[in-house]
Design a protein around this ligand. Structure first.
Ligand SMILES: Cc1ncc(COP(=O)(O)O)c(C=O)c1O
Length: 449
């Protein structure tokens, strides 16, 4: 693909359509003539003979998607303006149709995975990743975790790589294992779309020929919220993927978001390498300056260079408390937990952002170190009484959490971010979960009647 220029067909189609000054007797009601204070609605159109159709693409959308498949070297790459969530539902919907066998999944998967498993009534087993004690965070799955959990009735594995913290799996080993066992490998790469364009390309799952890969483009690339891709390397018809997405998602996909995917990819394929190269010194320098303040940051070969996980326990602070102080100063990180804050940086940060953060540290970090650790939220094994699917259709009641021991939980309860469930629907509410939730300020809980 080197030397090939990537073109933004969808964006050009919208530009041409607007320039043709059409008479708009079609949806949406604003007709492109309502001046919204923050949105430009002139390019917000619907499926017309000149604007193609995401679910039955034949024009600009088809050109853009097949161009993306060529550049990513996949059998099919599908655009979604409905977030990675829609790609996870679609991927698992296809899995159900072509295999339907029991799945192995990471217990620290995002809530969208559990929602899809519940909606599709798929059978699954959890794999529990290990804890990394000096940062009190969960690792990603290792090949040993997977081998220990594998049984002959498994038809596929869904892993999250990288995880929310930016740690990636050894995809080569996992992919070889899946090939040897002849099972499908699906990767939720929501946090790793940028790898494809930067110096860590070998961390992108497509490097290893996985069967499915989900990229939540908007998380790390210059794409508007909602923009995502589903890559599929199976020999299946593209229309099968489209039909499956159409079962779950709106028949009115947003054209501005599709255009944002298109132009974001165009920019990254044409300019991405240069962009990251030019940014590398700033990034290294920023990390060095943070460490000079006496803070520990997470580092490693299999760790995303663009996530900066800063541990605050050496200063006796919790990540949540520090994040509150940041917010009061109009600084926002991606996530905080008991011990850490997580910064997501990209070449699209302004040069002054880095100096401003260092100034903030100078003013707000305590002068002396006083170590105190805070126990992390653990994702424990709990007794399961009902399947996720069965819980969707049961009546429920809200009760005082003090009286909930032994009852069946109705809802998925999680911190957001990272959106990993502490307890899942159908699990028995035990003393441990009551203690965790009470500490987090919950007074009530919803149970199955
Ligand atoms: C690991 C992971 N997968 C999937 C998702 C869902 O992504 P989206 O918000 O694009 O639907 C998220 C969102 O935070 C996530 O962290």
């Amino acid at each position: 693909m080197e030397n090939k220029i990537y073109k933004d067909y969808i964006t050009n189609m919208l530009r041409d359509f607007k320039a043709s000054n059409p008479l708009r007797f079609h949806m949406p009601g604003h007709k492109g003539n309502f001046s919204h204070p923050v949105l430009n609605l002139e390019y917000d159109v619907t499926e017309l003979s000149k604007t193609d159709d995401l679910y039955l693409p034949e024009g600009a959308i088809e050109k853009s998607e097949s161009q993306a498949a060529k550049f990513y070297n996949t059998k099919n790459t599908i655009f979604s303006p409905f977030g990675a969530t829609s790609c996870i539902f679609t991927m698992l919907g296809i899995y159900k149709a072509i295999s339907g066998k029991k799945l192995l999944i990471d217990r620290t998967s995002h809530k969208s995975v559990f929602n899809a498993l519940g909606a599709l009534n798929l059978d699954f087993e959890y794999i529990y990743p290990d804890l990394i004690s000096d940062f009190s965070i969960y690792d990603t799955l290792s090949i040993n975790n997977i081998k220990e959990s594998y049984t002959h009735d498994i038809g596929g594995i869904l892993i999250t790589s990288p995880n929310y913290y930016g740690i990636t799996c050894d995809l080569k080993e996992i992919s070889d294992f899946c090939k040897e066992k002849d099972i499908l490998l699906m990767v939720d790469n929501s946090h790793g779309s940028h790898f494809f364009f930067n110096e860590q390309k070998e961390l992108h799952p497509l490097t290893f020929g996985v069967d499915f890969c989900v990229d939540s483009l908007h998380k790390t690339l210059p794409v508007s919220t909602g923009g995502a891709l589903l890559h599929c390397n199976l020999d299946i018809e593209k229309s099968f993927i489209k039909k499956t997405m159409g079962v779950f998602y709106s028949s009115s996909p947003s054209y501005p978001i599709m255009s944002s995917i298109d132009s974001g990819l165009c920019y990254m394929f044409n300019e991405g390498e240069k962009l990251y190269k030019n940014f590398s010194k700033t990034l290294l320098d920023f990390k060095k300056r943070i460490k000079e303040k006496g803070l520990r940051i997470f580092e490693g070969d299999n760790f995303d260079n663009y996530k900066i996980l800063i541990n605050l326990s050496d200063f006796g602070l919790s990540g949540h408390d520090f994040s509150k102080i940041m917010n009061e100063n109009n600084i926002f990180c991606e996530m905080s937990d008991e011990e850490n804050i997580l910064l997501m940086v990209s070449p699209f940060n302004r040069a002054e952002d880095f100096d401003l953060f260092i100034d903030f540290l100078d003013k707000n970090l305590p002068e002396n170190k006083t170590f105190s650790s805070h126990s992390p939220t653990l994702y424990e094994k709990r007794e399961k009484k009902l399947s996720l699917h069965d819980c969707l259709f049961k009546s429920f009641e809200v009760i005082d959490i003090k009286n909930a021991e032994g009852k069946i939980c109705k809802d998925m309860i999680y911190n957001y971010p990272p959106g990993i469930p502490i307890i899942l629907p159908g699990e028995i509410i035990d003393k441990n979960v009551i203690e965790i939730l009470t500490k987090k300020g919950y007074n009530e809980i919803t149970i199955i009647k």
